[in-house]
Design a binder for this molecule. Structure first.
Ligand code: HEC
Length: 101
């Protein structure tokens, strides 16, 4: 193998890798705001079992506590891991911060 052929093989591999890196994960078409925050992690952990995690701007801030309460009841009824009061509060703060203005 000549060195220039080796180089083109490497360049092709890099091209394939970067093509993968730029594509979106199909199950999460719209990334959540502040994806590294605890709130976003809680959404992935507790709010993705039955449907895709909703966008925080689906509701105005005042509506979110009610929605979370309704959903935590569904979690409980379905036998999923329940959310602690701390987790509910953290999630509410996160959703309200990014809620519809
Ligand atoms: C056990 C299954 C289940 C889990 C877990 C769940 N949901 Fe839901 N969710 C549903 C179902 C069923 C509906 C549609 C019926 C309804 O709206 O009550 C729904 C609808 C919604 C809606 C649209 C209706 C509305 O009121 O805006 C939002 C937003 C939502 N869920 C947010 C959440 C959040 C936030 C969490 C995590 C705390 C969560 N869901 C976890 C089952 C679930």
């Amino acid at each position: 193998m000549t060195s220039s052929l080796k180089l083109s093989v490497i360049l092709m591999a890099v091209g394939v890798l970067s093509a993968c890196g730029s594509s979106q994960i199909p199950s999460a078409p719209k990334p959540l705001p502040e994806p590294e925050s605890i709130g976003a992690q809680l959404m992935k952990e507790h709010c993705s079992s039955c449907h895709a995690p909703p966008q925080p701007n689906a509701h105005v801030a005042a509506e979110w506590p009610n929605v979370i309460y309704r959903m935590s009841e569904k979690l409980r009824l379905k036998g999923y891991k329940p959310m602690s009061q701390d987790e509910i509060d953290t999630l509410a703060t996160y959703l309200q911060k990014h809620a519809k203005g």
